[in-house]
Design a protein around this ligand. Structure first.
Ligand code: PQQ
Length: 251
């Protein structure tokens, strides 16, 4: 969709929400997990790779704040970092994701080592962080708006996983439950900002393109996991059955 005349805030919100058609909830890897068709290895692969996304979200949010001269926005935005890192003696989302790892049978050291993070996942997540470093803060802030569609995906996991995967321990579900309200609050702020800032047709087209970029990142994560854990074609599979790709943060 190319916007030729500036949309009203209501119309622009509709255009942003319409992008939900491309959310990773529709990716075959995600559909398989939802329908109970994923193997234990596929669930574990998803958890261990998605951990890289989780640990980079606070870096991304700190990058946005570092470019934002507005104290009122920073005061609100910092909550996103605290949600993941924890505050006031409470653990945050990263710890909850480590618990999810343990609940699916992965030692936290395996997640923390990042050695199983597939290159495609790493590159896609790094692209998100680097975009946040370079873009102006309003554009970077609004790239988080895929979260418009996130409460539904967290809820769908809570609804379907316990019946399909009885081997996943109950403590694993805390992360998804906690994100339901956090994502809604994030979206309220992000959406208000997008509707206020992107008012010309040119700006609105660019914002839709940015949202698509973010959707592409999420989709690409699952493409990389499909190659490795569904099609059994991880990187270098024609050369070795060992993990040989780089496993440290180089950027
Ligand atoms: O599990 C998911 O499908 C999913 C998707 C997204 C998203 O849409 O970007 C986020 C999260 N989870 C999430 O847990 C999270 O903390 C988060 C932060 C952001 C962001 O862009 O700032 N997206 C997401």
């Amino acid at each position: 969709m190319i916007i030729t005349e500036a949309l009203s805030p209501q119309e622009f919100e509709q255009a942003l929400r319409a992008k939900g058609a491309f959310y990773h909830i529709h990716h075959p890897y995600h559909i398989a997990m939802h329908n109970g068709d994923a193997t234990r290895e596929q669930i574990q692969g998803w958890v261990v790779n998605r951990f890289y996304y989780q640990t980079n979200i606070p870096l991304k949010d700190a990058a946005i704040m570092s470019n934002c001269p507005d104290p009122a926005t920073r005061r609100k935005w910092v909550q996103r970092i605290l949600d993941h890192d924890g505050s006031n003696g409470q653990e945050g989302g990263i710890e909850a994701w480590l618990q999810l790892g343990e609940a699916v049978g992965l030692d936290r050291e395996v997640l923390l080592s990042e050695k199983l993070v597939l290159p495609g996942v790493r590159f896609a997540v790094d692209a998100y962080v680097n975009f946040a470093r370079r873009a102006n803060w309003q554009e970077a802030a609004c790239s988080s708006l895929t979260e418009l569609f996130a409460p539904q995906i967290h809820q769908s996991r809570l609804d379907s996983w316990p019946q399909h995967y009885p081997w996943i321990k109950e403590e694993g579900y805390f992360y998804f439950r906690s994100r339901l309200s956090q994502a809604n609050r994030d979206v309220e702020h992000g959406l208000a900002l997008a509707l206020e800032v992107f008012t010309t047709a040119e700006q609105q087209n660019r914002m839709l393109e940015i949202l698509q970029f973010k959707l592409d990142i999420l989709w690409t994560l699952l493409d990389a996991m499909t190659m490795a854990y569904a099609l059994q074609r991880p990187p270098y599979h024609t050369v070795t059955d060992q993990v040989s790709w780089h496993s440290t943060r180089l950027v």
